[in-house]
Design a protein. Structure first.
Length: 292
């Protein structure tokens, strides 16, 4: 049952913030409202009202949405338990930095407290970006040029689980897929000192997994315009997760907008829009870390 707001300014603001947070998390994970409804058991109509700030959600509903989005329930609401004082102070300090200084601070934290494998990450090349950016096509060619294995993380997940990605999502939802994705990433890193890895487009939306990728691999963002992304996906005969969605282009644009700040954390970026394959490969090679 939806309990409508009484009009109190504080409650109204909290409901609007909740709706914005659910919509932001959904976009970052590449989930349409239809997919989130299926994974959470919450109706699309309810979600539309919730994202519009027009309805309250019970604790049960919040827990369902949190499980489907693979975040703690507290991440959906503003009144979350207080973080340790040191963490709160550090976050506030970082917030005062401009973009350039923030990048320096992140690099310093990563160097001081990050994964010990960072020194050897130049041999592991990871391609990130939305479907249709060219990760598989360019990844295979880049691996041939470098003489290293080419791996696709989604295929590794299917190989290890013994079932298709569709089946994983049907039976285990987003949270189950994320657990398998992290386990396979850790295994691939442990087994291969050098490779070219094509990742799933939404890997950036899982903070701990993405941090692991950034620490252990040299990451390259393959970017393209939304229209070119869509054209390539259609040419492949694959409309997931856009099938049956009349607003597929709008959804794609929202997903790209939601993930772009995360994709920008890559070591380098190559725009593949309207670019011949040979030119794109040359740009990829040029963006690799230089040997000392």
């Amino acid at each position: 049952m939806i309990v409508h707001s009484t009009g109190d300014d504080e409650d109204t603001g909290a409901l609007a913030a909740l709706g914005d947070r659910v919509r932001e998390l959904r976009a970052r994970r590449g989930m349409t409202r239809k997919i989130l409804a299926k994974d959470s058991g919450v109706s699309e109509r309810y979600l539309a009202q919730l994202e519009g700030g027009q309805g309250n959600a019970s604790l049960t509903i919040l827990r369902r949405l949190a499980r489907a989005l693979d975040v703690p329930p507290a991440a959906l609401i503003a009144d979350a338990p207080a973080d340790p004082t040191e963490l709160t102070g550090s976050i506030e300090l970082l917030r005062r930095l401009d973009e350039g200084r923030l990048a320096e601070a992140h690099a310093l934290l990563q160097e001081t407290f990050g994964d010990a494998e960072i020194a050897g990450r130049s041999g592991r090349i990871a391609l990130i970006g939305l479907r249709g950016a060219g990760k598989t096509t360019l990844g295979k060619l880049l691996s041939e040029r470098l003489g290293v294995p080419f791996l696709e993380l989604d295929r590794e997940i299917e190989r290890e689980s013994g079932v298709s990605l569709a089946t994983i999502f049907d039976f285990y939802g987003q949270a189950g897929f994320r657990r398998m994705e992290r386990r396979c990433l850790d295994r691939v890193i442990a087994e291969h000192p050098r490779f070219v890895l094509a990742t799933g487009g939404s890997i950036v939306s899982e903070p701990s997994t993405f941090e692991r990728l950034l620490a252990a691999c040299w990451t390259i963002w393959l970017k393209a315009s939304p229209s070119e992304h869509m054209e390539r996906v259609v040419a492949q005969g694959d409309m997931r997760p856009m099938a049956g969605n009349r607003e597929s282009m709008a959804d794609l644009q929202r997903i790209l907008a939601g993930r772009e700040p995360l994709y920008r954390r890559a070591d380098t970026a190559v725009d593949t829009s309207g670019r011949p394959v040979a030119s794109a490969i040359d740009a990829l090679v040029a963006g690799l870390p230089q040997k000392s």
